[in-house]
Write a protein that binds this ligand. Structure first.
Ligand code: HEM
Length: 414
């Protein structure tokens, strides 16, 4: 079969002033990369407003500015929320969430310490055999030539199984948690609830599940992360239930959708770039790290992260006021030609590849980066070892979202 034709960067007819990054519909356009390039060249910092995004927000699309914003948490705070399509009012976006990704140092640093030891490179390397067994068992359910929905039947399952095993979630509850995690991140897509209220409900349901599981493990500990979190004591007290629930919800949601998105974009990229797939087939181990890194850059599973101004600031001639929302667009910075040679070329040997898919550095840099990279390369090694001819048959069906570069389905023939 010929590879489906695909132009990763078709030209745009939009003018700079017509570009509205706050509109979820914008992200369903094929020309959005060309529009981001226009913005980077003409208006690297700009204001965007849309009915779906309430009070509007400032957009940063320049690679270096994103590093600056990410590091300067004293001005650009995470504690009022990280999703620019929610409004912040006076308190937090989701009242009482208390989730570390929505905190600033030193509070965030203290919280991160509780869970970070589960995610060190050493810890993750120890999981290699286990991640591989899971991947092998998932692809082993299928036969050559079978047509499947790659998202639901393969890509969504590996990250879910792994994070649920790390946390200690019972097998029979995993689909329920997967549905909830879809709802938290798909809150602008009618197929997953489509409203911030539904998203919030799903976050609280995830938290409740985590609190109940921690209480169970406190009485009857097992070798899992929720048992460890339940046992933590600060000043002679266990962590409060809301904090345990927050850890649980964050790890389940963060570990799921993003990695699934990377894997699915990877499948589409390998289909539309058969020469890259051939390279990978010839040296799946030698290219594992660079291929995973390029897939994650190419996919940019989270298009942006949000921050809120804690103080007024004059930034590069723009007067920004306390309380205003900021979006930092990795979707743009990961295609910056000053940083990436031929940014619209999918090249699994790319080196260096200092993309910003896991964040622009700083305190919140993705805790699961090493796990995600490993899941991506192991999945493709196992998939292509069994099904070297696996290809996508048609373009992906994309999620409606300003934040998640999600794919809802991808038809693949194995
Ligand atoms: C390709 C997959 C992934 C991508 C693209 C991704 C992306 C990100 C980004 C952009 C951030 C925020 C950075 C910032 O605000 O500066 C983040 C934070 C985080 N990620 Fe990931 N992530 C991925 C996979 C994972 C996995 C598998 C886990 C598993 C546990 C995870 C757990 C977290 C956590 C806990 C945080 C919050 C860290 C903190 O606030 O200190 N992520 N991730």
């Amino acid at each position: 079969m010929n590879a489906p034709t695909y132009d990763p960067n078709p030209p745009t007819e939009l003018t700079v002033d017509q570009i509205n990054l706050a509109d979820p519909g914008f992200w369903l356009r094929d020309d959005y990369h060309a529009a981001l390039t226009l913005l980077r060249e003409h208006k690297p910092i700009s204001w965007h407003q849309h009915p779906d995004s309430g009070k509007g927000f400032w957009s940063f699309v320049d690679y270096d500015d994103i590093i600056e914003v990410t590091r300067d948490y004293e001005h650009f705070s995470s504690k009022y929320g990280i999703r620019v399509h929610h409004d912040h009012g006076t308190g937090q976006v989701r009242p009482g969430t208390g989730i570390m990704i929505e905190m600033d140092p030193p509070e965030q640093t203290r919280n991160r310490r509780h869970v970070s030891r589960g995610f060190t490179p050493r810890q993750i390397k120890k999981m290699e055999g286990y991640v591989r067994d899971q991947a092998r068992s998932i692809v082993g359910e299928f036969t050559a030539g079978q047509e499947i929905d790659f998202v639901e039947q393969i890509a969504a399952r590996l990250p879910m199984e792994i994070i649920c095993d790390i946390m200690g979630v019972d097998k029979e509850d995993r689909q329920y948690l997967l549905d909830l995690s879809n709802q938290t991140l798909g809150d602008q897509d009618p197929d997953y609830g489509g409203t911030p209220e539904e998203g919030t409900k799903a976050v609280f349901a995830l938290r409740e599940y985590g609190v109940a599981l921690a209480a169970k493990r406190l009485k009857d500990p097992k070798d899992d992360l929720i048992s460890e979190i339940a046992r933590i004591e600060e000043d002679g007290h266990h962590l409060p239930p809301e904090q345990i629930g927050a850890f649980f919800a964050l790890l389940i949601a963060a570990g799921n959708e993003t990695t699934r998105t990377a894997i699915t974009h990877g499948m589409w990229a390998f289909t539309t770039h058969p020469e890259q797939k051939q390279k990978f087939l010839e040296d799946p181990v030698g290219l594992e790290m660079s291929a995973a890194e390029e897939i994650i850059r190419w996919a940019t599973p989270l298009r942006h992260m949000g921050r809120v101004l804690e103080h007024d600031i004059e930034y590069k001639g723009h007067h920004m006021r306390k309380g205003e929302k900021i979006a930092i667009w990795y979707a743009a910075s990961n295609r910056d030609p000053r940083v990436f040679a031929d940014p619209f070329t999918f090249d699994i040997t790319r080196d260096p590849n200092v993309h910003q898919s896991f964040g622009g550095g700083g305190a919140h840099f993705c805790l699961g980066a090493n796990l995600a990279r490993r899941e991506v390369w192991v999945l493709f090694q196992e998939l292509f070892a069994r099904f070297p001819d696996a290809v996508a048959l048609e373009p992906p069906v994309r999620l409606r979202s300003v934040q998640v570069n999600g794919i809802k389905s991808l038809k693949v023939r194995l």
